[in-house]
Design a protein around this ligand. Structure first.
Ligand SMILES: Nc1nc2c(ncn2[C@@H]2O[C@H](COP(=O)(O)OP(=O)(O)OP(=O)(O)O)[C@@H](O)[C@H]2O)c(=O)[nH]1
Ligand SMILES: [Mg+2]
Length: 357
């Protein structure tokens, strides 16, 4: 296992639980990338510092630990600005990433199809662009001695190559998007309702998709097994089912935007089955429900949600009662408690779907 140090600036003084859940979640994601978290730093601040995200004193304290423990990377929960990242890398002498980079890296490792690869590359370049620009300009400034030297040439070359690549990726994705829009329009014209399975990663979305369609799409305990949507018609062609990419806690909105084809599926569906892993600890689950409901509201699909708590085979009966308490802040949405693996209550959900078709 490689070694990582985790850091976080906590800005909400009333937050006593959520930040721990978030840190643990990131630690878990790092494990899937074969990083063992050897130390965690949490600093409470009114807001992240401009130069190091953490305060300068804290940054030097972390540097001492980095020097002593020699981690492979330092990861911040907070999304870093280019300037913060540049300063931190210079200080620590090891690569510094944020949670957005971690998710992108997992995506990259998991991606097998062309569309996911295109979307991930675009998201990565767009995320890296300001940082590459900053780093290249720093190098160029160092070389600058009166005349336009090789540093400046290299700088412009790097930037223009990235611009070119972004343009190319956008145009490739745009082509696929057009094709996809036509496909969706055709289904809509036939009046067939589209149901999209969405929700957190690892909730069992693909398992449910496979169960309802008879497909055998890959399912696994690793996060982000599904990166691009899968489609199939069910009920003799009377309903269209879509399996999509999963979300992570505090998903960066830029990442959601980068996966705009998945967003298209969510927007164009008549109903969204939002899946959760009911065996998650209750504070984790509450946070996920809260985050996802807010996100769907922002996307404008709030009125189309049906909530599905899966994996009830893993929990006790009393836990379901506890889960029902979460319903109080879910509002008037319909909720199902199922186990795809044990086929518990799946029939009820099927009935619900049949009513739509
Ligand atoms: N115990 C239990 N495990 C389940 C159930 N449904 C799915 N799983 C397991 O949960 C893991 C994740 O399942 P997936 O279907 O890949 O989950 P997903 O939501 O599609 O995940 P991503 O594609 O990564 O977003 C797999 O190991 C499944 O076997 C269930 O009802 N009970
Ligand atoms: Mg999946």
């Amino acid at each position: 296992m490689r070694k990582a140090i985790l850091c976080m600036v906590k800005t909400d003084i009333h937050d006593h639980v959520a930040y721990l859940v978030k840190l643990r979640e990131l630690e878990k994601l790092l494990t899937t990338l074969s990083y063992n978290t050897i130390k965690k730093f949490v600093q409470s601040r009114f807001k992240p510092s401009v130069n190091y995200c953490v305060g300068k004193g804290k940054a030097y304290e972390i540097k001492d630990v980095v020097d002593k423990n020699k981690p492979d990377i330092v990861v911040f929960y907070n999304v870093l600005t280019s300037k913060q990242r540049y300063n931190l890398e210079k200080l620590f002498g090891v690569p510094v990433y944020d949670r957005y980079d971690v998710v992108l890296e997992i995506f990259r490792e998991a991606a097998t199809d062309k569309l996911s690869k295109l979307q991930i590359e675009l998201a990565s370049i767009e995320k890296e662009f300001p940082y590459v620009k900053l780093r290249a300009s720093m190098k160029y400034l160092r070389h600058k001695a009166g005349f336009r030297g090789p540093g400046e040439y290299a700088y412009h070359k790097t930037i223009s190559a990235l611009h070119k690549r972004i343009k190319r990726l956008r145009s490739d994705i745009e082509k696929i998007k057009k094709r996809k829009k036509m496909q969706i329009d055709r289904i809509k014209e036939r009046g067939v309702p589209i149901v999209c399975i969405s929700g957190c990663y690892n909730a069992g979305k693909t398992s449910l998709f496979n169960e309802l369609t008879g497909c055998r799409k890959p399912v696994s305990d690793m996060p982000f097994t599904t990166l691009s949507s899968k489609y199939s018609s069910i009920f003799n062609g009377n309903l269209y089912l879509v399996d999509t990419i999963g979300f992570v806690l505090d998903q960066d909105p830029r990442l959601i935007q980068s996966f705009e084809l998945n967003l298209m599926d969510i927007r164009s569906s008549n109903r969204l089955l939002v899946m959760f892993d009911a065996s998650d600890r209750s504070e984790v689950l509450k946070l996920k429900v809260d985050m996802l409901l807010r996100m769907y509201k922002e996307i404008g699909v709030d009125s189309k949600l049906t909530l599905v708590f899966n994996k009830i085979d893993k929990i006790k009966e009393s836990r379901i009662e506890e889960l029902k308490k979460i319903e109080s802040f879910i509002g008037d949405k319909q909720v199902f408690y199922i186990s795809v693996r044990q086929r518990m209550n799946v029939e009820e959900l099927v009935k619900h779907l049949k009513e739509l078709s």
